[in-house]
Design a protein around this ligand. Sequence first.
Ligand code: SF4
Ligand code: SF4
Length: 112
Amino acid sequence: MEKLIACCGLDCATCDARIATISDDDELRSQTAEKWKVQHKAQGITPEMINCTGCREAGVKFGHCSQCEIRNCVKSNGFKTCADCDKLETCSLLENLHQYVPEALANLKSLN
Ligand code: SF4
Ligand code: SF4
């Protein structure tokens, strides 16, 4: 499957929010909301909020992703992703994410 690498390195192509949005799948929206409530300790997530076409794609964004500090930083620097930044391996904004999802860092490195 073609990857859609987000600013932070996550692969939006495999994200359930994007898959549910592209296929307009309400059942997957409900399942994703339930899963993300637990994963992100965010009880306020509802199925209606699960709409996103991807970090760097045109169209609707999941609420958090539209306000994401990493995404905002990439955009304000005029980069495509954090792979374009010389702080890629030292950035405090990326540290937690890349600790828990090392594939995201690998995805960014594969772009260079
Ligand atoms: S930007 Fe959208 S598709 Fe990409 S990881 Fe975030 S919610 Fe998923
Ligand atoms: S400082 Fe660089 S590596 Fe950190 S979030 Fe901004 S663009 Fe990404």
